[in-house]
Unconditional design. Sequence first.
Length: 97
Amino acid sequence: MTTQTNSSSGSCCGSCGSGATVDAEGVGVTTTYKVTGMTCGHCESSISQEISALDGVTAVKAVAKTGEVTVTSAAPLEEAAVRAAVDEAGYELVGRA
């Protein structure tokens, strides 16, 4: 995992802030999480990179504007593992959206 340092504003660059469901084809689980501190595309990329490294993750979509991160995985993920990945990226997992 990589290390990300945020400025005091909670942003990575300072210049730019649910339940699980099985997908329609039954080939994965999609869960949306709320994350604080994302403000730009770099933030989205950092979080996506860290969560993508978790075993079983097949897709990640982070949206800074809404603070939501949607994760698709082969099986349900342990929230503690997702929290650790988000923490590693330098942000805070609030919970499921």
